[in-house]
Design a protein around this ligand. Structure first.
Ligand code: AMP
Length: 320
C-alpha cells in the first residue's frame, strides 16, 4: 500500500465542475458506488467512462486514504487486464458535498452481458473464448495480487470486455476500500453473493488472495455453462448451494473451519463430481476448476499458478 502512496495528491485535479471538461452522453450502468456515464472529453473528443463517486457523508475534502487508494488504482491500471484509470477529477455536487469523478477508458460490454447474449441464442461460448477470457482474468488477478491488492468482489458484471478483440479487463478494483462499503447497491439492488468464497460467508476475519480465486472459479464454471454455479439468495442459501455440490466441509478437508464465526451444524452432503454440474468442460478444465474451488484457502491454487495450468497449453498467449 505504501508503495503507491507518494504523490497521491498530484493524482487529483480540482476543477470547478468536472462536467466542464466532459459531455455526458448516456448512463451506461450503475455500479456499487454510483452512476457510470459514457462521456466525451471536450478537449480531445475521446470517449471515456465517467464514474461519479460519492465519498463518506461526513467528509469535507477527499481523505488521504482515498487519495492513496486512487493512486493504487492508477498503478494497477498499468496492467492490460485492469481497466485503465485515465484521470481523477474532484468536484462538488449541488449539496456542496465532495464528489470524485474517475475517468476510465471506455469498454463496450461486460462479461455479464456477454454470457447473457449466448444464453439468449442458445449457443455455447466457444471453448477458445472461454480459455482466452479465463487466462486474461487470471493474469489481471495475478497482477493485482502481486501488488498486494485483493479485489474482493469479482463477478461477470465488473469484468469489462471489448467484444471485437475479446480483451477482458477487471473493473471496480480497490474501490471497496477507498469508498464507503455499501450494504446495498446504489440502485438498491442486493449485492450478489454468488461469487463469494466460503471463508467469507463463514465469517473469517482474515482473508487472502484466495477469496478472489474462488470467484474466478465460479466465473469459469459460468462461462462453460452460461449459468451461475452457486446462485444463492441469502448467505445461508449460498453456503448450502456450495455444500450440496462440493460436500459439507469438515475439519479433515478444511482444518479450522468449525472455529469460523458463522459456523453451525449444517446438513451433511457428500461431494458430487464437478462434471455433473459443469458440463462442457473437458478434463484439464475440470482439474483447474477443482483447484480453484478448494475449500481450504491455503490449498486453493493461486492466480499465478493457474496461468501455468495445462488447461491453457493450447492458448496463443502472445496474442493477449
Ligand atoms: P461498476 O461500477 O464498475 O460495477 O460499473 C457498473 C457498470 O457500468 C458496468 O457493469 C458496466 O456496464 C459499466 N461500466 C463501468 N465501467 C465502464 C467502462 N470503463 N466502460 C464502459 N462501461 C463501464
Amino acid at each position: 500500500m505504501e508503495k503507491a502512496g507518494g504523490g497521491a495528491a498530484a493524482a487529483t485535479n480540482t476543477v470547478v465542475s468536472a462536467m466542464d471538461a466532459f459531455e455526458k452522453l448516456e448512463k451506461v450502468g450503475e455500479g456499487t458506488y454510483g452512476k457510470v456515464y459514457r462521456a466525451r472529453e471536450r478537449a480531445t473528443g475521446k470517449i471515456v467512462a465517467l464514474k461519479k463517486t460519492r465519498l463518506h457523508e461526513d467528509d469535507e475534502g477527499v481523505p488521504p486514504t482515498t487519495l492513496r487508494e486512487v493512486s493504487i488504482l492508477r498503478m494497477l491500471s498499468r496492467d492490460p487486464h485492469v481497466v485503465r484509470l485515465l484521470d481523477v477529477k474532484q468536484g462538488q455536487n449541488k449539496q456542496g458535498k465532495t464528489v470524485l469523478y474517475l475517468v476510465f477508458e471506455y469498454m463496450d460490454t461486460d462479461l455479464k452481458k456477454f454470457i447473457r447474449s449466448f444464453r439468449q441464442t442458445g449457443e455455447n461460448i466457444p471453448v477458445k473464448n472461454v480459455q482466452s477470457l479465463m487466462y486474461q482474468l487470471c493474469k489481471g488477478v495475478a497482477f493485482c495480487h502481486g501488488h498486494g491488492v485483493l479485489h474482493r468482489d469479482l463477478k461477470p458484471h465488473n469484468l469489462l470486455m471489448d467484444r471485437k478483440t475479446m480483451m477482458l479487463k477487471i473493473a471496480d478494483l480497490g474501490l471497496a476500500r477507498a469508498f464507503t462499503l455499501p450494504i446495498k447497491k446504489y440502485t438498491h439492488e442486493i449485492l450478489t453473493l454468488w461469487y463469494r468464497a466460503p471463508e467469507v460467508l463463514l465469517g473469517a476475519t482474515h482473508y487472502s488472495t484466495a477469496v478472489d480465486v474462488w470467484s474466478v472459479g465460479c466465473i469459469f464454471a459460468e462461462l462453460a455453462t452460461k449459468q451461475p454455479l452457486f446462485p444463492g439468495d441469502s448467505e445461508l442459501q449460498q453456503l448450502l448451494h456450495i455444500f450440496r455440490l462440493l460436500g459439507t466441509p469438515n475439519e479433515e478437508m478444511w482444518p479450522g473451519v468449525s472455529n469460523l464465526m458463522n459456523w453451525h451444524e449444517y446438513p451433511q452432503w457428500k461431494s458430487q463430481s464437478l462434471s455433473s454440474a459443469v458440463t462442457n468442460l473437458e478434463k484439464d478444465g475440470l482439474d483447474l476448476l477443482s483447484q480453484m474451488l478448494q475449500y481450504d484457502p491455503s490449498k486453493r491454487i493461486s492466480a499465478k499458478k493457474a496461468m501455468e495450468h495445462p488447461y491453457f497449453d493450447e492458448l496463443e498467449k502472445e496474442c493477449l
